[in-house]
Design a protein around this ligand. Structure first.
Ligand code: NAD
Length: 262
């Protein structure tokens, strides 16, 4: 379905971003990955996901630090030089830090706002002109249930995720009469390194096993008592890229096991 399209997924060396990249690759899109760490494993996984579906795609990587606007500009210029343009932009890179407001380190606030929110402004600003010229484009922002509701001790994360839901709505309105759409995905708990750290912290604080801490984490917020998976989030991303979603604009789509239905 996405043959000859180019998708750029930020923060795709791990977790949700990698899952989304694999789902897009399985639809035949060329991929530009981004993130920290050794990219050779993730690049091979994405290539394999495409091959398994009968597609021979190009997989590229750019290591831009998404907290740095000049590195983001370099990544977008790289994408244009290598692939002509970005057709599908998935703003996914994100970090977490947990502390009460009065103890929240200023540098953590700045980093979370820069990576989880401002980076999406910078990539969108740079990707949009070519999408509008082609009259086709998909911008998908990975927000969170925390883009819709709050939780204690997550001031920066909740502020950034509410912010990216707002950015999604504005970009959707500004592109509403074009073939470009912008939507947000709001996952509940997904068992990635970002969440495993929170499970580990609960286990340590309460002298629980990993299984007990996992159970408590789910029970506190997620009525389904199940993690959302990167594959499910990839399937929603593919839907947003499909013709069936041509007029789906500015939504913040929860995939959270009922978290925000409460
Ligand atoms: P993860 O830690 O597994 O992956 C994060 C990715 O972002 C990695 O590839 C990492 O290298 C990259 N990254 C981090 N800082 C970066 C930076 N400065 N520049 C470039 N890349 C950077 O986390 P995840 O759980 O897959 O999270 C992905 C997104 O999903 C985040 O935006 C997160 O807020 C969101 N999310 C996660 C959950 C969850 O339960 N895991 C729930 C809702 C939303």
């Amino acid at each position: 379905m996405l043959k000859n399209k180019t998708a750029l997924v930020t923060g795709s060396t791990s977790g949700i971003g990698l899952g989304i990249a694999k789902s897009l690759a399985a639809q035949g899109a060329h991929l530009i990955l981004n993130g920290f760490g050794d990219a050779s494993g993730p690049m091979a996984e994405v290539k394999a996901a495409a091959s398994a579906a009968g597609h021979d795609i190009q997989v590229l990587f750019h290591a831009a630090d998404m907290s740095q606007p000049h590195q983001i500009a370099d990544m977008m210029a790289f994408a244009t030089a290598q692939r002509g343009q970005v057709d599908i932009l998935v703003n996914n890179a994100g970090i977490q830090y947990v502390a009460p407001v009065q103890d929240f380190p200023n540098e953590k606030w700045d980093a979370i706002l820069a990576i989880n929110l401002s980076s999406a402004f910078h990539t969108t600003k740079l990707a949009l002109p070519a999408m509008l010229k082609a009259n086709w484009g998909r911008i998908i922002n990975v927000a969170s249930a925390h883009g819709l509701v709050g939780s204690a001790e997550k001031a920066a994360y909740v502020a950034a995720k509410h912010g990216i839901v707002g950015l999604t709505k504005v970009v959707a309105l500004e592109t509403a009469t074009s073939g470009v759409t912008c939507n947000a995905i709001c996952p509940g708990w997904v068992l990635t390194p970002l969440v495993q750290k929170q499970v580990d912290a609960r286990a340590a604080a309460n002298h629980w096993t990993n299984a007990q801490a996992t159970q408590e984490l789910l029970a506190e917020k997620e009525p389904s008592l199940q993690f959302t998976t990167p594959e499910e989030l990839g399937a929603l991303t593919v839907f947003f890229c499909s013709p069936g979603a041509n007029n789906t604009r500015g939504v913040a789509w929860a995939m959270d096991g009922g978290w925000t239905a409460q």
